[in-house]
Ligand binder design. Structure first.
Ligand SMILES: C[S@@+](CC[C@H](N)C(=O)[O-])C[C@H]1O[C@@H](n2cnc3c(N)ncnc32)[C@H](O)[C@@H]1O
Length: 237
């Protein structure tokens, strides 16, 4: 296996595409990604001064959406890719949000935080890339206080109907081709294959339950091109 192939989905792969990442997101999601993030922020039902963790924060778009959606929120963004984080830090400084959002290097599978430290946590388009997904989910359950919300946003392949077929064509054919032209051939082929291999929403919700989460909502967005999973940590009896 070449080093490049071995890094697919990892922080090193995202280091390679960091400079083009935001532009590619807007193009490949047809501009929908930011509305999915805003929907995710609403689902957190944040109070006045919440502490929120955004895991696999990348260039910080969801952390920024949380800061804009909740004026009193203090946010920590965590990611494996130093280059994605560096772009995120620049964006935060330009938006004057760097006092409220801290960007840290770290692994979703070993969060450097105490139990129940956060009022809410999110992971957007990230859990697909985490090698041990159940461990990543258990870590989210661990660091969020009882009753706090955890939102997982992830891409999927729409399964039914004419619009579903169009969306599948977009995902299977257009994404890898546009990715090859504008971004990175291997990286955007990986995006398509990893999305196709991701478990369907009911199966993933079951994995969340097995990882110590009570799932309160599973919402397909844009004909199932994306799914929002909302949960709270299971309370021990
Ligand atoms: C597709 S990007 C998503 C970025 C951001 N959440 C967004 O909404 O655009 C996936 C991110 O997951 C990060 N990542 C992959 N594996 C990780 C892990 N084990 N722990 C933390 N971050 C990870 C990558 O470095 C990358 O920045």
């Amino acid at each position: 296996m070449t080093t490049e192939l071995a890094t697919l989905g990892s922080g090193a792969m995202f280091d390679r595409i960091a400079a083009r990442y935001d532009f590619m997101n807007r193009v490949l999601s047809l501009g929908l990604d930011q509305s999915w993030r805003r929907r995710t922020v609403k689902a957190l039902m944040l109070g006045e001064r919440p502490r929120v963790l955004d895991v696999a924060t990348g260039t910080g778009d969801l952390a920024i959406a949380i800061a804009n959606g909740c004026a009193g929120a203090e946010i920590v963004g965590l990611d494996l890719s130093e280059k994605m984080l560096a772009i995120g830090r620049d964006k935060l400084a330009r938006a004057h949000l760097d006092q409220r959002v801290t960007m840290l290097a770290g692994d979703a599978q070993a969060l450097p935080f105490k139990d129940c430290e956060f009022d809410a946590a999110t992971i957007a388009f990230g859990i697909r890339n985490v090698p041990d997904r159940a461990l990543g989910l258990r870590e989210l359950a661990r660091v969020v206080r009882p009753g706090g919300r955890i939102a997982v946003l992830e891409l999927g392949e729409p399964r039914r109907g004419v619009l579903g077929a169009a969306a599948r064509f977009h995902c299977r054919v257009l994404v890898p081709r546009i990715g090859a032209l504008l971004g990175g051939r291997r990286e955007y082929r990986y995006l398509q294959t990893s999305v196709a291999a991701f478990p369907p929403p009911d199966e993933f919700a079951e994995i969340m339950r097995g990882a110590g989460l009570d799932v309160v909502e599973v919402a397909p967005l844009t004909f199932g091109a994306c799914t929002l999973f909302v949960a709270t940590p299971k309370e021990e009896l």
